[in-house]
Design a protein around this ligand. Structure first.
Ligand SMILES: C[S@@+](CC[C@H](N)C(=O)[O-])C[C@H]1O[C@@H](n2cnc3c(N)ncnc32)[C@H](O)[C@@H]1O
Length: 268
């Protein structure tokens, strides 16, 4: 039976209810993929009506958390796509450090914290004082995990051994972020499709988040990032992503997956 088709008429109401309950706007996620994920979850409870599923979500915190976990997907690891982090470390960060004081960095959609802690390690290694790292995510449970900073061998597999030794405490098969590094990251709950953005960033990372967003939501989001960057600031996106119409947003693709906010009057 094609559950996706059968449930289609109730989906609009479900989306409105979810927005009221959790502040998550399902309209901005690609509908087919999202419905497939939701119906898989409903099947777990033997439910095949959106209305009935919403009643469950409204009354059962655990079911709601599972819904948020599964619909937002938070897989991550340190130094995800190591070759791009090498480029960030070897050429982009040095340039930003040279051009700006007190770098302001944002990891948007930070999941379990591996991305902002990777950034903190890179900055610490460069012995830069006076930088800040903001890490945001929609999912409060995942932010709690990020703040705990406890990881598996799989999460840390790309961390260079000297950094692993310096910034982690090993406890059996777990790797714990040392408190000194934890203090370098400020975590905050934020829905990047709804909430207002802080400004004045020199570097923004938004990687492996937008893949389920509609084209319209993506464009609005990237424009928001462009507005939040200072001129000359850099946006670093995921390895499967691309920004359409970047020039019109004031972003110049100067290297694969890296965009620079164009300084007024500069030609691309
Ligand atoms: C696959 S993880 C990416 C983690 C990290 N950026 C990386 O590349 O490894 C995607 C994260 O985006 C978050 N997310 C999804 N929709 C979001 C939204 N509207 N606002 C903020 N975070 C969102 C999810 O909760 C999830 O933790």
């Amino acid at each position: 039976m094609d559950v996706t088709q059968k449930l289609d008429p109730d989906y609009e109401k479900f989306k409105k209810n979810i927005f009221r309950l959790a502040g998550m706007c399902l309209d901005k996620y690609k509908e087919r993929q999202m419905k497939r994920r939701i119906t898989t979850l409903m099947n777990l409870y033997g439910i095949n009506e959106f209305d009935e599923y919403f009643v469950l979500l409204n009354n059962d915190k655990e079911a709601l958390q599972k819904f948020l976990d599964r619909t937002t997907i938070n897989v991550s690891e340190f130094f995800r796509n190591p070759e791009k982090f090498a480029e960030l470390n070897d050429s982009i960060l040095p340039e930003l450090i040279k051009n700006f004081r007190n770098l302001k960095i944002w990891s948007a959609g930070c999941s379990i914290g591996t991305e902002p802690y990777t950034l903190a390690m890179l900055m610490e290694e460069k012995r830069v004082s006076g930088y800040s790292i903001l890490a945001t995510d929609l999912d409060t449970k995942i932010l709690e995990k990020a703040q705990e900073g406890v990881y598996t061998a799989d999460h840390v597999k790309n961390v260079p051994p000297p950094l692993l030794k310096k910034y982690f405490e090993q406890d059996g098969d777990q790797y714990l972020i040392k408190p000194e590094l934890k203090r370098k990251v400020r975590f905050k709950k934020q829905n990047m499709l709804e909430d207002t953005f802080e400004r004045g960033f020199h570097l923004i990372l938004c990687r492996n988040v937008v893949i389920y967003f509609t084209e319209e939501a993506k464009s609005k989001l990237y424009q928001g990032f462009a507005d939040s960057l200072v001129a000359g600031g850099v946006l670093f996106i995921g390895n499967t992503e691309r920004i359409f119409g970047a020039d019109e947003m004031g972003l110049n693709s100067f290297s694969t997956f890296f965009y620079r906010k164009i300084v007024k009057g500069e030609r691309v």
